[in-house]
Design a protein around this ligand. Sequence first.
Ligand SMILES: [Zn+2]
Length: 370
Amino acid sequence: MKPALSVLLFCACLAAAATARAEENCGPVAIAPVAGATGARVHDYEPVFESCARNGETRFATRSFRIDGEKLLLTVDPQTLATSLERAACWRCAETNDADEADTRFLQAVRPPADPNRPPALVNAGLIHGEGAGVFITGDLCPSHKPLDRAFIEEVAAQGPGAPLTLAVSGAWIARHAEDFAWLQEKAHSGAIDITWANHSYSHPYVGGVKDAQNYLLRPGVDLDREIFETEKLLIAHGEVPSVFFRFPGLVSDAALLEKLKERHLVALGADSWLALGPPPRAGSIVLVHPNGNEPGGLQIFARLLKSGRMPGPFRRINEAPAHRTMQQSSAAASPGLSEQVSRPGVCSPWESDSCPAEAKALPERSARF
Ligand SMILES: [Zn+2]
């Protein structure tokens, strides 16, 4: 063999070996959890919108950041809505835009077609109902001084291994409940439950006695990007992966806030069955409870519905809730949503035939807890 050819072959072998090693390092990245981690572990956190390809797969990158010097991406599958952290070096990414990706299920979830049956409302904007059988159980972890209601989590886990549960978590709750958060992580890692982490803002602003239109994230000076990103960074720093869902504190937003959320490629997550307020869950309902210690009445109703067989089954993953076709939320139009319901003061659910639990009767009008 001529020397020049052998050198070429040697170089080609080296390159192939390097590529193989790089491929071995590709695939979803698991960030090792660190006790007491803060968002400061995550550097250069930025919103992006890129279409990324590798081995015939396509993902959208919605955030880029660095951990320990390595550039990573928060990505979403355009059809399944599953999110994962990926090494930027493993993907070929190019900037894209909403118009070019409008046909994907992800963009249709972020920017659903206007529903004539649901005029724009201050309360409960976004996805309130999913398609098909079963229910989507969502629990809000607004900031709270009280411990996590672990009994509720156990009730969900008792539905079977990997029972799906969406937790809309505020960063401030994670920062204050390290033990409870680690307990939830252990529940998920052991396979007892399958947690989807929705974002419930970081600080969950609220001032008592102020109208909704000037409250929650509509408070003057609120920085929506900071509220979104600080919670995402905290989840990532703890080894978790943020989903594409965001629940507005108090379920309160306006058109401008909703548009900003869409620009960050998040899906507004409402609910059509806030158990403490009604109406009752039906097939496809997005059910809302508060396992943060502040709404035991709703959890009691949850337990009674399970026990009496009045909770439609099975429990489903929230990624399955957005429509798989263009006519988003058409099935939700058949009955009133929660927007009218939650504007009333919190009272014992009118549809409950059982006697109302004292806690539910005592519920004040929506407060900082929600
Ligand atoms: Zn809340």
